[in-house]
Design a protein around this ligand. Structure first.
Ligand SMILES: Cc1cc2nc3c(=O)[nH]c(=O)nc-3n(C[C@H](O)[C@H](O)[C@H](O)COP(=O)(O)OP(=O)(O)OC[C@H]3O[C@@H](n4cnc5c(N)ncnc54)[C@H](O)[C@@H]3O)c2cc1C
Length: 358
């Protein structure tokens, strides 16, 4: 087929990490790809911007462990293509009550997947981290080598640059208003706010929290809170996660010297176009957690910086990557609901969501 400037093999809607990764994978496979973004590229209104996303392979579910391990190689491959780093490796330390089901499942998943791990109890934890991290006697810790931090804005920019290098067309400030089946030629017509229309044989929709506005059958969206606290700059920390209520995770002192990012899962539904930016949920339980875990080395008073995050939540926290179906059959793939833990797996999500289109 002859292609004009408005005809593509695949149109990807949404240039967060998932759409940018999919566009790169598709262009790499020789597909004539268009990536459309409603705001400026690298904007701060979605879920893929900022300075840090944690990596861990310690999932209770085996398939996420596989996705992280494959992604880990793909991050390195993409870094070697672009010539700079977006993924900075560290150890990962998971901790929680020794009868916590998710943590126990993490241990058996490490065993099953032959992921080297160490289980540490009370004093062993304090010894391993020179007293910087401590856990109650009734808790257990799991230390693995697959952890670290990805710089999100830089990573999105990397995939967009690689996609462009491989021939993809990238257009921002293009809000997709409608995706309609082309009854004559097959494929889909993608219509943007000013009426410009593009035709694609296939379409991948990675619209984050806007998914339910564009694709009426999905309902996902919500906000969560993250915070940064001070930490002695000489401290060397792993990336970490704490199971139970509240679920807390964080990064070592990498992005801002002397500060540590500690994030708590919790929040409420929101409209991505009217999202709150001010105070979110109470941080009392997090303050208590910081006081207990970091032996007074981390100031548990007021945070230095706080930021509300917007997650696209599914009820079970699992990703949705599927054909839209109905009249679109297999022509439209949706990738959404990454539920606050998808970034690290973006290379594999890009491969899977672009897969049926190539
Ligand atoms: C603060 C925070 C901390 C997190 N921490 C971690 C972590 O430590 N580890 C981890 O693995 N994951 C983490 N996550 C999750 C991870 O960042 C997200 O799963 C991931 O960024 C989701 O990417 P996305 O591309 O699906 O969505 P988004 O980044 O929101 O991208 C969707 C894009 O689609 C565009 N769009 C929407 N509608 C349209 C339209 N109609 N037309 C054109 N464009 C449109 C939007 O403008 C947006 O740019 C965190 C998320 C947040 C917010």
């Amino acid at each position: 087929m002859e292609y004009s400037s408005h005809h593509f093999d695949v149109i990807v809607v949404g240039a967060g990490i998932m759409g940018s990764s999919a566009a790169y994978q598709l262009a790499k496979r020789g597909q004539k790809t268009l990536l459309l973004e409603q705001f400026d590229f690298l904007h701060h209104r979605g879920s893929s911007h900022g300075e840090s996303r944690t990596v861990r392979a310690t999932y209770p579910e085996d398939h996420y462990c596989d996705m992280v391990m494959e992604s880990s190689q793909s991050w390195e491959q993409a870094q070697s293509e672009i010539g700079y780093k977006v993924y900075f490796k560290a150890q990962q330390f998971d901790m929680g009550p020794s009868d916590n089901k998710s943590l126990l499942a993490v241990i058996s998943s490490c065993e099953k997947k032959s992921l080297p791990y160490q289980v540490l109890h009370g004093q062993q934890v304090a010894d391993r981290f020179s007293g910087r991290i401590t856990v109650p006697e009734s808790w257990v810790g799991v230390l693995t080598e697959v952890g670290g931090v990805i710089k999100p804005t830089k990573a999105v920019s990397m995939f967009q640059a690689l996609a462009f290098q491989k021939g993809a067309v990238l257009r921002d400030n293009m809000e997709v208003k409608n995706i309609v089946k082309d009854e004559v030629r097959g494929g889909v017509n993608v219509v943007v706010a000013d009426g410009e229309k593009f035709w694609g044989k296939k379409c991948v929709v990675t619209a984050g929290a806007w998914m339910s506005k564009l694709v009426k059958t999905c309902v996902i969206g919500g906000s969560r809170r993250g915070t940064r606290r001070s930490l002695p700059s000489e401290a060397i920390f792993p990336t970490f996660a704490s199971y139970g209520e509240p679920y807390i995770y964080g990064t070592p002192s990498l992005e801002f010297p002397g500060l540590i990012k500690i994030a708590v899962h919790g929040g409420y539904p929101c409209d991505p176009d009217k999202r709150p930016w001010g105070p979110g949920i109470s941080l009392d339980s997090m303050k208590e957690w910081i006081e207990g875990r970091f032996s007074g080395l981390v100031d548990h008073g007021e945070p230095v910086v706080t930021q509300l995050c917007m997650y696209s939540m599914t009820p079970d926290g699992d990703f949705v990557i599927d054909f839209l179906g109905g009249e679109f059959g297999k022509d439209v793939v949706i990738g959404g609901g990454f539920s606050g833990h998808g970034f690290k797996m973006a290379p594999v999500v890009g491969r899977i969501s672009g897969g049926p289109c190539a």
